[in-house]
Ligand binder design. Structure first.
Ligand SMILES: *[C@@H]1O[C@H](CO)[C@@H](O)[C@H](O)[C@H]1NC(C)=O
Ligand SMILES: *[C@@H]1O[C@H](CO)[C@@H](O)[C@H](O)[C@H]1NC(C)=O
Length: 469
């Protein structure tokens, strides 16, 4: 009946749009809330939502983003959207042809690559299980999983300055350099200075943990440090720019015209007994040494003009003293072509295992510090030919350690390590894919400039040949 329908209560016409609008509004709010929630729980390469490592606390850095919304936007954009839409690096088609890999002209790797097998020796029999990695996680700042040439990172703690960014970048460049050759892998990384897997304490179950240095008493596995790709905070450029520049700078003054003194410039306030002791040798007449304090604050204010590494090769002798642990400065000291006076180091990094005392450096005895420096300086000033040869061999060693060899070291270390895994790596559900684009997305302007300059391209040649055992 038509009439009755007139009397049935009807939904007022304006209500429907209201309900729709309200639902849309709630949905959007819920979505925003969810997105915000996800963003506030996502660890990032610059340290968003991460605490500093508890074993080495450092002041957390302020972030660029002014508002919570811009931070949320950046995290979602860089962490969740960038790699998905990044141009694929074309793993297929661009990989080295097998004929190239089998090429007889393949270079043999430098001798010091032998250290790779020695570093991995503890797991040769036991292999590396998921259990090893779960234990090693307690000491790690992040976990790197590579699957089919894609890289995933699970963040546990923030790293000081831009170490995490440049280390993740170095691995991404390795993937780019050798497309299709880097095997699937699952590894734990700590980015702070001091080795932590003490051989005595972990003898029953050695834990595999990658970091920048190790000692004879630790199981930690050394990996090339971030500064080979750049250290923007103190203006150290990528190695392939820094080394040639230092070498050229070192030739600006002839040996004869270099100061016949031993030079050290650094920060003595880093809980390093040997650096404190070094201050006592600051007497050019008595000890033949010039010891200076590096003031990074002043250097930064002057745009690092004074602290340019290539201007620091004007002494015949350069002293290397460890700081809180190993120091990235050794490579720059050796690059000068001056005689490196190395105060017997406790820490090793990946390349120092190839240095030979009295061949590419002179050892200095920390128990007899100032007299030991003085003896080296006196010897060198009397034996010009021998001394210049030691300096030259130190510089040649660093020249042979070009970025190609560094990628090769990473490649072989990761390949040998992956052979030890007794399981098939899978990306943990809490991990996120990272790619060059997502790292660049998080980088500030200065970092981006350094990263771009250390970007690599696919290699024309295969990795060097790691000699069989
Ligand atoms: C390793 O641990 C043992 C036992 O706790 C300790 O005596 C030793 O000093 C530690 N070694 C290092 C290098 O820290
Ligand atoms: C070392 O001596 C020089 C010259 O006497 C002085 O300028 C410099 O400040 C001294 N270095 C330190 C660390 O005190």
């Amino acid at each position: 009946m038509r009439l009755s329908s007139k009397h049935t209560p009807r939904t007022p016409t304006y209500l429907l749009p209201c309900v729709i609008a309200l639902s849309l509004f709630s949905l959007t709010a819920l979505l925003l809330y969810k997105v915000d929630n996800v963003a506030s729980r996502t660890g990032t390469v610059v340290g968003h939502n991460l605490e500093p490592t508890p074993w080495h606390v450092f002041p957390t850095k302020p972030f660029d983003e002014e508002t919570r919304q811009s931070k949320t936007y950046k995290i979602i954009q860089c962490s969740y959207l960038t790699c998905r839409y990044a141009v694929s690096d074309g793993i297929e088609g661009r990989s080295l042809s097998s004929s190239a890999v089998g090429d007889a002209k393949r270079l043999d790797c430098p001798d010091f690559f032998r250290a790779i097998r020695k570093d991995l020796e503890p797991w040769k029999k036991t292999k590396i299980s998921k259990g090893h990695l779960n234990e090693a996680q307690k000491y790690a700042a992040f976990r790197v999983v590579i699957i089919g040439g894609k890289m995933f990172v699970d963040w546990y703690y923030a790293c000081v300055q831009s170490r995490a960014m440049f280390t993740v970048w170095s691995l991404l460049q390795l993937l780019k350099r050798y497309p299709g050759l880097v095997p699937d892998v699952d590894l734990m990384f700590d980015c702070m200075d001091k080795p932590s897997i003490n051989k005595t304490e972990h003898i029953s179950m050695p834990l595999p943990l990658f970091r920048y240095c190790t000692t004879k008493d630790h199981f930690d596995i050394p990996f090339p440090d971030w500064s080979f790709w750049g250290w923007p905070e103190i203006n150290i450029r990528p190695w392939q720019e820094e080394f040639p520049d230092i070498k050229q700078g070192s030739q600006a003054v002839s040996w004869k015209n270099k100061k016949p003194l031993a030079y050290w410039k650094g920060n003595p306030d880093v809980l390093s007994p040997v650096r404190a002791e070094l201050l006592n040798c600051n007497d050019s007449m008595q000890w033949g040494a010039e010891i200076l304090r590096q003031d990074w604050g002043a250097a930064a204010r002057s745009g690092f003009k004074e602290s340019k590494l290539s201007n620091q090769c004007n002494h015949r002798y350069k002293i290397y003293a460890e700081g809180y642990a190993w120091s990235v400065s050794l490579k720059y000291i050796l690059s000068c072509g001056s005689v490196a006076l190395i105060i017997s180091p406790q820490y090793e990094d990946f390349f120092t295992r190839g240095l030979v005392p009295n061949r590419n450096f002179l050892p200095v005895n920390p128990q007899d510090l100032c007299p030991s420096i003085k003896r080296a300086v006196d010897w060198g000033n009397k034996h010009t030919r021998e001394a210049t040869a030691v300096g030259k061999r130190g510089q040649d060693y660093m020249e042979s350690l070009n970025i190609d060899r560094i990628y090769d070291y990473m490649f072989h270390l990761i390949s040998e390590y992956s052979k030890l895994l007794d399981f098939k790596p899978t990306a943990p559900s809490s991990s996120l894919e990272v790619c060059s684009e997502s790292v660049l997305c998080f980088a500030d302007e200065k970092q981006r400039a350094f990263l771009s300059r250390s970007a690599t391209t696919p290699s024309e040649t295969p990795p060097c040949n790691l000699k069989p055992e």
